[in-house]
Each structure stands twice: as C-alpha cells, then as structure tokens.
Ligand binder design. Structure first.
Ligand code: SF4
Length: 192
C-alpha cells in the first residue's frame, strides 16, 4: 500500500499534463494541485483556480483565497489541520464557472481521489459551485448552510465563497459562522 503522500503525488503526476477536458486548451499555464496536511481535520474544496492561483500554481492565494486563509488563521486553533483544493485544477477562461463536462471529468481524476486518499474528518465546500459539484443532491447553498451533510460517509459542511464576501463585505460574518460551525462539529466529533 502506497503512503498517502505517494498516492497524492501519483494523482498530481497524472494531472500535470492532463488534456482530458477543454480547460487544457484555454491558455493554461499551470495545473493547480491541492496542498496542505495529508491527514487533515478539514478538506476545503473551492471551485477553480483564478488568475493568481494559476500564476503561483497554488490554490486559494488570490484575494478571495487570502480572505479565506485569514479567516481560518483567525478562527481555528493552531493545531487544526487542513488540506485545500479545487473541483477543477485548470483555470476557466475569464473566471467563468467550469462546465458540467469539465467538472465531471476533473473530479473523477482529482478531487474525489484526493478525498479518499487524505480521508478528512470534515469536508468544507467553499461556494455554491463546489457544493453542487461534490453533492448534487444538496439544497441551494443558502439553505444548506449550518447543516451537516454527508458525502460517501464524510461529513460535509457548506460555506459561503470568500469572493462573495469581497463583493458584499457584510457577508464576511456569515462565512465566519460557517467556519465556526465546522469547528464546533469537529470538536464534537473529537469528544465522542
Ligand atoms: S481541468 Fe482537470 S480534467 Fe481538465 S485539463 Fe485540467 S486537470 Fe485535466
């Protein structure tokens, strides 16, 4: 049995020069793989890389990613571990939403394998696209918040997208509530 690290490296290797979906031919300069702790409390799943992510080749490093990372730093106890990735690994042109076809192909190659490998305690989907991609049966995001859902036996908690909070700064408190709800759920799981 390969270590988690080696399994993740294999997933990344398979996607490094991937041409399986149309996003491979939209001017891609970098495939943006997941990163973080490989035995995490939380697995945060975003939608797709943006411009900053594509340049750096890392997830959640643009303005909205920085906001999310700052909230995690502010609210989570330092021992909390997380892994962070996206439903598709290549940037959609002009930051459009990934298509159903792109998501279907990429999730099978990437995020669904990453979830199985790192085996997180809780999945946090970040934004409506990530929620509907990972859990198509879930209600719309605003109705799904502050409820624990299940994806293949993994607890799944939906959160607002930080880009939405940048557009509407009063919503930042609600994103913080989502992260605090996930933290409370984690603490309850650990105390059982
Ligand atoms: S988005 Fe995913 S499936 Fe599409 S080309 Fe990139 S790595 Fe391959």
């Amino acid at each position: 049995m390969l270590s988690r690290n080696k399994q993740l490296l294999n997933v990344q290797k398979n996607m490094q020069n991937c041409t399986q979906c149309p996003l491979a031919t939209c001017g891609r300069t970098n495939v943006v793989h997941g990163e973080g702790d490989i035995n995490p409390d939380f697995f945060l799943i975003g939608e797709a890389p943006g411009a900053a992510e594509e340049i750096e080749g890392r997830p959640f490093v643009g303005r909205s990613g920085q906001l999310l990372r700052a909230i995690l730093l502010k609210l989570l106890p330092p021992e909390t571990t997380y892994y962070i990735s996206n439903t598709v690994k290549c940037r959609p042109p002009k930051n459009r939403n990934p298509t159903r076809k792109e998501k279907t192909i990429c999730t099978m190659l990437g995020i669904f394998k990453e979830i199985e490998i790192v085996n997180p305690r809780i999945i946090i989907t970040v934004g409506a696209v990530a929620l509907s991609t990972v859990l198509p049966s879930a209600p719309p995001l605003l109705k799904a918040r502050e409820i624990m859902h299940l994806y293949k036996g993994f607890p799944l908690i939906p959160a607002l997208h930080p880009a939405y909070c940048l557009r509407f700064p009063s919503k930042k408190k609600e994103l913080e509530q989502d992260i605090l709800f996930a933290l409370k759920s984690l603490q309850e799981m650990k105390s059982e």
